[in-house]
Design a protein around this ligand. Structure first.
Ligand code: AP5
Ligand code: MG
Length: 191
């Protein structure tokens, strides 16, 4: 199994690059943001509660996303590997993920961290907000709240994986194809 974390702030291109990477490497894409939005679309109790938090640009509770990831891992016993997008976002989530993977006799091979300036993040998300229908993209204050939440709670997750020498920083600005080539080169060295 080959498991990787695609890491980076809101708007850094995790979703865009994930689509290309799963197609190239045959990995199963696990995006907690996508899983939460599908709960919202189905109007489940979890989705209704999560939406209130997501619309403020804050993180939903650890136990909620850890539960979703645990179910998704169990639901895909034959996966060649997993690409985690938007998870883990706190040290508690990272520790929980390590334990879940250990139970399955596997681990994280690498964290690829996309590096993008804050002005570019806001610009990309404001632009997407014009068409995406994502309620957390329509208001600059919410976009900035998401970035602050990333800085305060999520950026430290990279330190957690640095301790295991698993982090590679990748330039996240430039063309989608050039960034994809950089990410692929890192994966090819390890897969
Ligand atoms: P989530 O869905 O994970 O969103 P996010 O991390 O805020 O980031 P985005 O999905 O908006 O950005 P992205 O990095 O995927 O970039 P994308 O490829 O889309 O989370 C949403 C919410 O759910 C959170 O705020 C939280 O409330 C909750 N949540 C989710 N996971 C959680 C967790 N683990 N714990 C707690 N709460 C959780 O690209 C962005 C835009 O830029 C697109 O329009 C794209 O076309 C464009 N773009 C991409 N690449 C380029 C490029 N190279 N040049 C120019 N434009 C580009
Ligand atoms: Mg995304």
């Amino acid at each position: 199994m080959f498991n990787l974390i695609l890491f980076g702030p809101p708007g850094s291109g995790k979703g865009t690059q994930s689509e290309k990477l799963i197609a190239k490497y045959g990995l199963k894409h696990l995006s907690t943001g996508d899983l939460l939005r599908s709960e919202i679309a189905s109007q489940t109790p979890l989705g209704v509660e999560a939406k209130k938090i997501m619309d403020k640009g804050q993180l939903v509770p650890d136990e909620v996303v850890i539960g979703m990831i645990s179910s998704a891992l169990d639901a895909n016993p034959n996966a060649k590997g997993f690409l985690f997008d938007g998870f883990p976002r706190t040290p508690a989530q990272a520790e929980a993920l390590d334990k879940l993977l250990e139970l399955k006799k596997t681990s994280i091979a690498v964290m690829l961290a996309l590096n993008v300036s804050e002005e570019e993040l806001v610009k990309r998300l404001m632009k997407r907000g014009e068409t995406s229908g994502r309620s957390d993209d329509t208001n600059e204050n919410v976009i900035r709240a998401r970035i602050i939440e990333y800085r305060n709670k999520t950026a430290v997750v990279a330190d957690y994986y640095y301790n295991f020498d698993k982090v590679v920083m990748v330039k996240g600005e430039g063309s989608v194809d050039d960034i994809f080539k950089s990410l692929s080169a890192e994966i090819d060295q390890r897969i």
